[in-house]
Ligand binder design. Structure first.
Ligand code: SAM
Length: 275
């Protein structure tokens, strides 16, 4: 019997057969652990009738796992060297590969109810996560990311890891930590531990306006500075800031990362950033 596609021996063999070396600058750390693959697909909701978008199929191991559960998969891959590999490993799965940069993809074109499931290239994680959040057709994203990013996503105000990414995730929905993933689950092994997180986006309510997102970004831009200072830096009138802070029940010298998100939104309204 053949070894499974994700086994370290098969992964090495596939790469050798096609004369490929994993490219660090493309974040190519391939999964070689069947339990992890299954738990990502499971947590991501891969099932019959689901539409799944994967970023970076690589050798196709996760793509196959998702497709084997009956989901319809579209996978975006930038590395053209993988064409012959994926033609082979995805044959008969029904998965569609779209060749090109995931940052250039038109996420608004996806069908409603799309779920993202991916082992993300780490160097563009933040950018990709904001694309997913902004695309109303995407309802969830279950992603393998560096553990530090997972901690930032799930952090609450006043936590060490709290910042813009935490606030952004909370503006769009909820974050659930699924599991940590040791370095040994990848070939080659990355430098740090990773985690699987699932983000669920609430598409039933009006989506956060751009002006609010920019405001929250500015407010949380410099950690350890006061909210007052951060808001002054982007041109808000000091007297208006003081009045808004008082009205929102915040100390004049409060730091942005200590302000509950609903109060930050309240302050945005008081400053007429959003109406
Ligand atoms: N899904 C595979 C797995 O789990 O073994 C590979 C994951 S690997 C962490 C990241 C993948 O994203 C690689 O296949 C890489 O070529 C691809 N990638 C990197 N940058 C990309 C980009 N800008 N657009 C699309 N794919 C990209």
């Amino acid at each position: 019997t053949e070894l499974p596609l994700y086994s370290p021996a098969r992964v090495r063999e596939l790469l050798a057969q096609h004369g490929l070396r994993p490219t660090k600058s493309l974040g190519q750390n391939f999964l070689i652990d069947g339990n992890i693959l299954r738990s990502i697909a499971e947590a991501g909701g891969a099932a019959a009738g689901e539409k799944v978008l994967e970023i970076g199929p690589g050798l196709g191991v996760l793509t196959r796992e998702i497709a084997s559960r009956g989901a319809q998969v579209k996978a975006l891959e930038k590395d053209e060297r993988l064409r012959p590999v994926l033609a082979d490993t995805l044959a008969g799965t029904g998965a569609e590969v779209v060749w090109g940069d995931a940052l250039d993809f038109d996420y608004a074109s996806l069908p409603a109810g799309t779920r993202v499931i991916a082992n993300l290239p780490y160097y563009i994680t933040g950018l990709l996560l904001s694309r997913f959040m902004e695309a109303e057709s995407i309802v969830s994203a279950t992603v393998l990311v560096q553990k530090e990013v997972a901690q930032r996503l799930a952090a609450r105000p006043s936590d060490d890891a709290y910042g813009f990414l935490s606030a952004l995730a909370a503006l769009y929905g909820t974050v659930k930590h699924v599991r940590d993933v040791p370095k040994g689950a990848f070939f080659p092994a990355p430098d740090v531990t990773s985690s699987v997180v699932r983000l669920d986006f609430d598409r039933t309510k009006p989506q956060p306006p751009r002006a609010l997102i920019d405001f929250v970004d500015a407010a949380l831009h410099h950690r350890r500075k006061t909210l007052r200072n951060n808001l002054r830096m982007v041109g808000h009138d000091p007297a208006a800031i003081d009045a808004a802070l008082q009205e929102a029940g915040q100390r004049p010298d409060v730091r942005a990362e200590d302000v509950p998100l609903h109060e930050l939104i309240h302050i945005a309204h008081l400053l007429n950033v959003v109406r």
